[in-house]
Design a protein around this ligand. Structure first.
Ligand code: NAD
Ligand code: IPM
Ligand code: MN
Length: 366
């Protein structure tokens, strides 16, 4: 069979449950390709702890080249207890941070939706979370994750460690524009989250976000929250949020918090965009407590695959993946992280298969 469109996808399974969830995401991508008449060529490359073991480098040159040459990158997770004591530069997480920079993926979109079928899975009351539909826009290649100076030094009074939270105006303006562009296609509301009551870097953030709003997106709504209050509001009244715009570290923390709304971190996908090649990864980590048990939830990885397809322009295929995921959930299929009495408990591979199977029958129009 000949295909008009072929996409090369670099797959970086990584550590822990990473390989288990990406395997299912790749199966779903292949199923989507079959149904929608395009082709995906996937090739796996080492990243994180497995790459450290094999090459002494968490992002080896071969992986870097493959990612730069791909149409998109799908990543599982990196890290684990085996490397927790490793020095800077030789940690699995360094590979991921370097990859984000290498690909110029400065904007990380982390959508959080609570479909009706999952409202009962949240630790929060169903009437508070049903219908939540928000996106965290996390700045991904700056802030305290990358600021200099950084390091650890020994002095006469003991050791001192330093990290630097640094943002330049241009860096803030481009992530703000990404958030407003997204809001314009949604409910038109951006909430910018910072710590401007304490930090200079946040005061600059707030000023630049307000300027971008006033000069380029005056028809959209903008409000500002301090991050401590934002954390509380996300739990108290999550439906008030449409697009949440925030810096690297705050976005990291708030997105795990927001995972309690649908009920499991295993459900959340993300897209790292802004550079020539997108980086798609579930929000969760390597889940060492689940690795090898077959109990991981693959839906965050599968939905990251949907974001990948959308970014490549395969919008109908992306919508079909999302519908197939919703169908599997409304049919009562649950991995253990979400299962309650009366649900059909499935493992990682069964959940992947269930989504693939539903890909054959979901409606594809609009
Ligand atoms: P984690 O996200 O791995 O796990 C947190 C909790 O969520 C655990 O209880 C885990 O069982 C659960 N969970 C995570 N993914 C799940 C899934 N797919 N299905 C069901 N339950 C799931 O976070 P952690 O335990 O703080 O970190 C473990 C390791 O992962 C660390 O080395 C950390 O640096 C790394 N990490 C990597 C990434 C990434 O690669 N993007 C993200 C976060 C953490
Ligand atoms: C995430 C992770 C990473 C981050 C770690 C593993 C470097 O927690 O993607 O949320 O902090 O960005
Ligand atoms: Mn995180």
């Amino acid at each position: 069979m000949s295909h008009t469109r072929t996409y090369r996808i670099a797959v970086l399974p990584g550590d822990g449950v990473g390989p288990e969830v990406t395997r299912e995401a790749v199966r779903v991508l292949e199923r989507a390709a079959e149904r929608f008449g395009f082709a995906v060529e996937t090739e796996a490359h080492p990243v994180g702890g497995v790459a450290l073991e094999a090459f002494g480098d968490p992002l080896p040159p071969g992986t870097q080249d493959a990612c730069r040459a791909a149409d998109a990158v799908l990543l599982g997770a990196v890290g684990g207890p085996a490397w927790d004591g490793a020095p800077p530069g030789r940690r699995p997480e360094d590979g991921l941070l370097r990859l984000r920079r290498l690909l110029g993926a400065f904007a990380n979109l982390r959508p959080v939706r609570v479909p009706a079928s999952l409202a009962g899975a949240s630790p929060l009351r169903p009437e508070r979370v049903a219908g939540v539909d928000l996106v965290i826009v996390r700045e991904l290649t700056g802030g305290v994750y990358f600021g200099e100076p950084r390091g650890l030094e020994a002095g006469p009074e003991g050791r001192t460690a330093v990290n630097t939270m640094r943002y330049g105006e241009a860096e803030i303006a481009r992530i703000a524009a990404t958030a407003f562009d997204l809001a314009a296609r949604r409910r038109g509301r951006v909430t910018s989250v910072d710590k401007a009551n304490v930090l200079e870097v946040s005061r600059l953030w707030r000023e630049v976000v307000a300027d971008v709003h006033r000069t380029r997106f005056p028809d959209l709504e903008l409000d500002h929250l301090y991050v401590d209050n934002a954390a509380m509001q996300l739990v108290r009244d999550p439906r008030r949020f449409d697009v949440v715009l925030t810096a690297n570290l705050f976005g990291d923390v708030l997105s795990d918090l927001a995972a309690t709304l649908p009920g499991s971190l295993g459900l959340l996908p993300s897209a790292g965009i802004g550079g020539p090649v997108g980086l798609f990864e579930p929000v969760h980590g390597s889940a060492p407590d689940l690795a090898g048990t077959g109990r991981a939830n693959p839906l965050g990885a599968i939905l990251s695959g949907a974001m990948l397809l959308e970014t490549l322009g395969e919008v109908a295929a992306a919508a079909a993946v999302r519908r197939a995921v919703d169908a599997a959930l409304s049919d009562g299929l649950r991995t253990p992280d979400l299962a309650r009495a009366g649900d059909t408990r499935v493992g990682v591979a069964e959940m992947g298969a269930a989504v693939c199977e539903r890909m054959n029958r979901v409606e594809v129009t609009a």
